[in-house]
Design a protein around this ligand. Structure first.
Ligand code: F6P
Length: 549
């Protein structure tokens, strides 16, 4: 495979650097020219995306688009969509976009009819979900299923739990719970109040080797078998009636004791953090039903089509990714806030942390050479307005530049009123006010004009020029959620392409896993292994062993 273009060697990068060297952002001044908002607002699917409050001018935007062309973004994008092995270190295609192709689409990769395989699994997942939802699927003692427990971690948990929470208002099937952490508290708390007779477990693991997931699956299997025994059940099909699996490793599923007939597969070209729209989303299908899941997939697909076909200047994921490059590589931003003004999206930032940081937290390129510039900003966030009363202070008046995405929906799921006041309108006023305050700030003159005592004027000044993107959707439907997820998948891709990295491997998680395995005997009291450790780790484990009652 050809080496990536070093972005810093391009003419566009030099141009951007020259602009950055004498850059004086002036959102107040730029907005005195009418038409800025219109010129910098784009629509992608149902998302209305206002980029105008970013620290960008037409000259910068043009140079960013040139940068995208010079690092061959269009070619790399096509390579991804067509199934080239762009995940170089694992020699794999990257085809999460194929998971949402309509049934009549055509895509053959490495001799596999990808679309046929995707829809074959989807139909099996839908048939299973229908059986659970209708009550036709019975537990071992003949009872219908009331709760589904998804056991998985990383991409096999964050996507399903985030989407389940986001679409809570659409849940009309069994309730779901999610166990991910190997901290036994997670399983203990999640199982509280559940009846094994009416609980169905989905073990979700791409590799089916993940320590946390397999440990939790065994814990829950014991809990279930013990519970059924207590209920007087003596048969031998408890696991078959209460456990299903989602994995690319169907042989390992069988080794665990789950009937392969109750397993839903996917493929190595789906990265864990890109898998919520594969069979990994089975818990969500059970909760919201196949029809709504189809709408969810259609939302992803709409964003895929936009990303693949829109001109770069109008291409929302491309522009948002390029603006991130501008803010990180030229203006020194180290983090990026994602601030949903929708309580249903309260796990969205956590989900995005894996998507963005496991993808782009790299310091070598896909040709094994070191990267030539900073990569992988930290993504974080919390829903507004809670964040306003916690960390917005630092975004408004701190010394760091923190670009932020504000996400809101026009129509709330619950139109509650406080007397005559529409509470959602009040909420939205905050959404609009925050980006206004961040962009335009408040000058010392304005503070003085409010009659503020001179000695506290500096403390009450807002510098402004804090970059934000506002994303507005009609409502938080399954389709809109699909569009939002795909938007951020493609933003992540764009940044990875500029930096020349493989956004689809995650070798950085391996060392910790290896060391945890190596330390397990020491933690269990093996002196020899303990003595072999560095001083700090040895002292910590020794202290832990002393503290254990
Ligand atoms: O943390 C590493 C990782 O491999 C993630 O990429 C993945 O989403 C998670 O572990 C879970 O892996 P699996 O689905 O194979 O259990």
């Amino acid at each position: 495979m050809e080496s990536p273009v070093d972005p810093t060697s391009t003419a566009a990068w030099q141009k951007l650097q020259a602009i950055a060297d004498s850059f004086e952002p002036d959102l107040r001044g730029w907005f005195t020219e009418p038409g800025r908002a219109e010129a910098l607002t784009r629509q992608a699917g149902d998302l209305w995306v206002d980029l105008s409050k970013n620290l960008v001018t037409d000259e910068i935007l043009t140079a960013l688009v040139e940068l995208a062309e010079q690092v061959r973004l269009p070619e790399r994008r096509e390579a991804m969509f067509s199934g080239e092995h762009i995940n170089v270190t694992e020699d794999r295609a990257v085809l999460h976009t194929a998971l949402r192709l309509p049934k009549d689409a055509l895509l053959e990769v490495d001799g596999q009819d990808v679309v046929a395989d995707v829809h074959e699994v989807l139909e099996r997942v839908y048939a299973f979900a229908d059986r659970v939802r209708s009550g036709d699927w019975k537990g071992a003692t003949g009872k219908t299923i009331e709760t589904v427990v998804n056991i998985g971690i990383g991409g096999s948990d964050l996507g399903p739990v985030m989407a389940y929470e986001a679409l809570a208002n659409y849940v009309d099937g069994p309730q779901c719970r999610f166990i991910s952490n190997i901290d036994p508290t997670d399983a203990a708390e999640s199982l509280k109040g559940l009846d094994p007779e009416t609980t169905l477990v989905i073990v979700a693991s791409k590799t089916f080797t993940t320590l946390e997931t397999l440990t939790n699956a065994r814990l829950v299997r014991s809990w279930l078998l013990d519970g059924l025994k207590e209920a007087g059940y003596e048969g031998d099909d408890a696991v078959a009636r209460h456990f299903v699996a989602v994995s690319t490793a169907l042989d390992k599923v069988a080794d665990f004791g789950i009937d392969p007939a109750n397993a839903f597969g996917f493929w190595d070209w789906v990265g864990g953090r890109y898998s919520v729209d594969s069979a990994i989303g089975t818990s969500l299908v059970v909760a919201i039903g196949p029809e709504k899941f189809d709408e969810f997939l259609a939302g992803f697909h709409a964003m895929d089509v936009h990303f693949r076909t829109a001109e770069l200047r109008d291409n929302v994921p491309a522009l948002m990714g390029l603006l991130n490059i501008w803010h990180v590589n030229f203006l020194g931003a180290a983090t990026h806030a994602v601030l949903p003004y929708s309580q249903y999206l309260h796990r969205f930032a956590a989900y995005l942390q894996q998507l963005t940081m496991e993808s782009n937290g790299k310091s070598v390129r896909y040709d094994a050479e070191p990267v030539t510039t900073s990569t992988g900003e930290v993504f974080w966030g919390e829903p507004g307005t809670n964040g306003q009363h916690a960390f917005y202070q630092l975004i408004h008046q701190g010394t760091q530049l923190i670009p932020a995405d504000f996400i809101a929906v026009a129509n709330p799921a619950h139109a509650l009123k406080d007397g005559d006041t529409d509470v959602h309108a009040l909420f939205m006023a905050n959404f609009f006010a925050q980006t206004q305050a961040l962009a335009f700030g408040k000058t010392a003159e304005e503070v003085r004009a409010e009659g503020t005592a001179e000695e506290i004027v500096p403390a009450r000044v807002f510098a402004g020029n804090k970059p934000t993107t506002s994303i507005l959707a009609p409502e938080l439907s399954p389709a809109v959620l699909g569009q939002l997820i795909a938007l951020y998948e493609h933003i992540t891709f764009v940044q990875g392409v500029v930096w020349g990295i493989d956004s689809f491997d995650q070798w950085g998680v391996e060392l910790g896993k290896q060391l945890a395995k190596a330390l397990t005997p020491a933690v269990a009291g093996d002196r020899e292994v303990l003595d072999d450790q560095d001083e700090s780790t040895k002292a910590l484990i020794s202290r832990y062993l002393q503290l254990r009652s």
